[in-house]
Design a protein around this ligand. Sequence first.
Ligand SMILES: NC(=O)c1ccc[n+]([C@@H]2O[C@H](COP(=O)([O-])OP(=O)(O)OC[C@H]3O[C@@H](n4cnc5c(N)ncnc54)[C@H](OP(=O)(O)O)[C@@H]3O)[C@@H](O)[C@H]2O)c1
Length: 298
Amino acid sequence: MDLPDSERNSHEPAPLENARLAFVGCGVMAEAVIAGLLRRQLVATDQIVGSHPRAARREELYAKYGVRTYEDNREAVLAAHDLTPLNETIAGPSLVILAVKPQRLSKVLRELKGAIQPDQLVVSIVAGAKTETIAGELMHPAVVRTMPNTPAQIGQGMTAWTATDEVSEAQERAVCAMLAALGKTMRVENERQIDMATALSATGPTYVFLVMEALVDAGVHMGFSRHAAQELVQQTMLGSVMFAQESHKHPAELRNMVTSPGGTSAEAIYQMEKGSLRTVLSKAVWAAYQRAVALGEK
Ligand SMILES: NC(=O)c1ccc[n+]([C@@H]2O[C@H](COP(=O)([O-])OP(=O)(O)OC[C@H]3O[C@@H](n4cnc5c(N)ncnc54)[C@H](OP(=O)(O)O)[C@@H]3O)[C@@H](O)[C@H]2O)c1
């Protein structure tokens, strides 16, 4: 049974002390990790380097976070290996985070071939890229594959991750601590479960946003302003999730609590079941899973 990492490793300190991190491709996700790490003071600016092809983006990252950046991906990887944070003599784990779009990955892997040092760990956040492909292309066996989701951009994400056998326990703890900058994390057993998480949590915001949009439209249909409907719906969704988390009750039990005989909830549930909402959601997740598997086989 998979447990969230927050429950699994709650007794262990965040082991990013003296860590050296190289972000290859500094777009939205890399920035979310960098910002989260610095905000939580898990690492200092001088422990991070990045690479980006555009000078304007490199300058932006330096201005915002004081992070050193390179145009050349290999240079960033080597710099992260040789980096000794100020006032530190013992080097911590060295992580190379691949954060480019999937279509750019093969080019980047070709560039990095031979540059990853034996004690470095490669962490991929690239959707669909298998550890076998990354390890094979880089000729480097220690690889972690992660699957975050969009709320990671505000530190409220859910990231599933898995590691190859060559990843040490210390490296796993470092990855766990780094990913915590994006929100909650869960170590899954294998890449099949990464595909499953792709369908459930990584694609998850899509289901939620569609339901949110439909409810807001229903509010507008009844006569609320869009602004009022949005506030009513968003706070209801947020509050319901927090209530479910805090009460630890089964969703059906929580639903029964608000369903009185002949009442509004009973009427609404009847319509949702009649419209096969449950089946539609289940089919949507299954289709997303099959798509994730198919994309991984390309
Ligand atoms: N965003 C999410 O919520 C999310 C969720 C799950 C997984 N992911 C995965 O995370 C990865 C990054 O996504 P993202 O949203 O951060 O994308 P993104 O904002 O486009 O970031 C990728 C960055 O890489 C840069 N880049 C392009 N070619 C490069 C090269 N050859 N070497 C180094 N950098 C290069 C891009 O530069 P330009 O700006 O010039 O193109 C861009 O800034 C993707 O593989 C995606 O599948 C993202």
